[in-house]
Design a protein around this ligand. Sequence first.
Ligand code: PGA
Length: 248
Amino acid sequence: MRTPLIAANWKMNKTGSEAEDFINSFSPMVKDCAGVDVLIAPPFTALSSLSALLGSDSNIKLAAQNVFYEEKGAYTGEISVQMLMSAGCSYVILGHSERRQFFFDTDESVNKKIKISLKNGLKAVLCIGESLKERDGNKTFHVLEKQLAGSLKGIGLDEITIAYEPIWAIGTGKTATPEQANEVHVFIRKWLKDYGEGSDNVRILYGGSVTPENIGTLIAKPEIDGALVGGASLKPDSFAKIVTGAIK
Ligand code: PGA
């Protein structure tokens, strides 16, 4: 059985001290939570201090929200896998729809980013999802298939997590119904199985307006292995409720 994973995507929120305040309240709330893995993706500037605060045996792991696909060099403004790992990250979120929309990430650049991450020991959470126009035009599966094939080209499935995030559900308060999400997760699971070995171990998270109120019905679906949470991950008590609500 796959252990559920609940991941917080803080996006461009929280200074270093705000991030530390969050952890000081949140850690005790989930310290005895067995049966669920917890991941937090703060801004880059908070990674080192949170890593020091959490310590190495914490049940809360850290993720970055992006990485560049070169090892190092003249790439002003970018950040490398090695920098992230030395700041305490064990995961990186890649291909988020906001990165695709505002920062021109493509399946091809995401593919390169996943490759360099895995090569150096950083696990990847690959985000995929369709727009409302694509869903209304019955193109959801086609779009997802293209994103999966392009982003995972030449990559083994060990150390990969998929986050299905319908763009129309992100930050809108419109969650996909558990049935809608599960239907897509079943499709992704089948695609992964046809794609390569180890697909049974790949966790498929749902993301898009997840809250303490709806996590229970989402996680009850057999193919939903957790959640990637934006807005509701910014407050310790609401994120803790989502974590505890995800224990299967
Ligand atoms: P949301 O964001 O929970 O605020 O909808 C999810 C995400 O973008 O990962």
